[in-house]
Design a protein around this ligand. Structure first.
Ligand SMILES: NC(=O)c1ccc[n+]([C@@H]2O[C@H](COP(=O)([O-])OP(=O)(O)OC[C@H]3O[C@@H](n4cnc5c(N)ncnc54)[C@H](OP(=O)(O)O)[C@@H]3O)[C@@H](O)[C@H]2O)c1
Length: 330
């Protein structure tokens, strides 16, 4: 059963000369993804909201290799580790981070949209969006579009990886995306994770339609993992819920290194290089819920998101990317 499987990314590829951006890389599976890719020789950018936490993570990543450091892919020199500030709950911060990346980095080959929050109390961001929607989905949507032109010039092969969740199967995209009248912490999380998959699917379709080749898009469920993701459970489920649930579920939970394997598979696996727009779990292609496969829902969500971000979505993708790049440069 998938719940108890702990598949491994089997690729031995080295990433010397490749630049990777990972959001939320200071802890959890983002940090373990960074540890692996750094040891494969990549320049790994930790895009984090808390610079102190990011610095602590950087020190740990430098000192400690992945648990099975004897593997071939970790044998050469490690790459580089760099920190950029990124708070996905602020569009201003997303634009600033993108601008800094576009200015300072000569290439971006891999973008891993990993950061996330789960089941927090209802909160509206400075941009007027529900917090989980913006952090998990809208912030990543904007970041991705802003970085795409740089990725286009970093070919031959680039990948965008959206970390979603199996829990999307219970989610829906609601007319009231911000759930102003009907917020529950779980409903908002499930919607945002469904949006991660629909975004990957629709972006892959639009890239194909615009004849932009060499940028593949993936979404995935990483498994159930012991990370800090449940940090809000005690506020929104019941007092002490995070500790109690961890203790009960521990036997079936993955550790963060195991939890990073499907992200790594999507990011580096050689066979996955021929795939785009698909959803993965346990290091293989999987079938998401019908809503996550629905073309119309994916297109509608793209259009609504563009409207919310005041972007004109009816242009073809190439023109659209030029327009938003111009906007950010202003
Ligand atoms: N753990 C699981 O069982 C599980 C299952 C399915 C899917 N996932 C998905 O896996 C991804 C990683 O989660 P995780 O389990 O590793 O959780 P985690 O340990 O809580 O890590 C989440 C990361 O996201 C960052 N983050 C949160 N809000 C942010 C913001 N506004 N701007 C920038 N970064 C922000 C956090 O930074 P701070 O440390 O500063 O808060 C942290 O680095 C998430 O997308 C989650 O939905 C996890």
């Amino acid at each position: 059963m998938w719940l108890f499987r702990h598949s491994q990314c089997t690729s031995k590829v080295r990433l010397v000369g490749k630049t990777v951006v990972i959001t939320g890389a200071n802890t959890g599976i983002g940090k373990e993804t960074a540890r692996d890719l750094y040891r494969r020789g990549a320049r790994v950018i930790l895009a984090c909201r808390d610079i102190q936490k990011a610095n602590d993570a950087l020190e740990d990543l430098k000192k400690n290799p992945p648990s099975r450091a004897d593997r071939k892919q970790f044998q050469g020199n490690p790459g580089e580790l760099v920190i950029y500030r990124l708070d996905l709950s602020s569009l201003k911060s997303v634009k600033e981070c993108a601008k800094n990346l576009l200015t300072n980095e000569s290439a971006i080959h891999l973008l891993i949209n990993n950061a996330g929050v789960m089941m927090c109390p209802q909160e509206t961001t400075e941009d007027g969006f529900e917090l989980q929607l913006q952090t998990n989905y809208i912030g990543h949507f904007l970041l991705t579009l802003l970085l795409l032109p740089k990725m286009q010039s970093s070919l031959p092969v680039c990948r965008i990886v959206n970390v979603s969740s199996r829990i999307h199967i219970f989610g829906a995209i609601h007319d009231d995306l911000n759930l102003k009248e009907s917020y529950t912490p779980l409903k908002a999380y499930m919607q945002s994770k469904l949006a991660n998959i629909l975004f990957a699917k629709e972006l892959a379709r639009r890239l194909k339609e615009a004849n932009i080749s060499g940028i593949n898009v993936y979404s995935l469920h990483p498994g159930a993992i012991t990370t800090e993701l449940g940090r809000h459970f005690s506020e929104t489920v019941f007092p002490g819920a995070n500790t109690v649930l961890r203790a009960i579920l521990r036997p079936i939970l993955k550790n963060p290194e195991e939890g990073a394997q499907t992200t790594l598979h999507c990011a580096v696996d050689e066979k996955a290089a021929n795939e785009t727009g698909l959803y993965y779990q346990e290091c293989g292609v999987a079938t998401p819920h019908w809503r996550a496969r629905n073309d119309q829902i994916a297109k509608d969500l793209w259009d609504v998101t563009c409207r919310l971000l005041h972007l004109k979505s009816d242009e073809d993708l190439a023109t659209f990317l030029k327009t938003i790049s111009r906007q950010i440069a202003e």
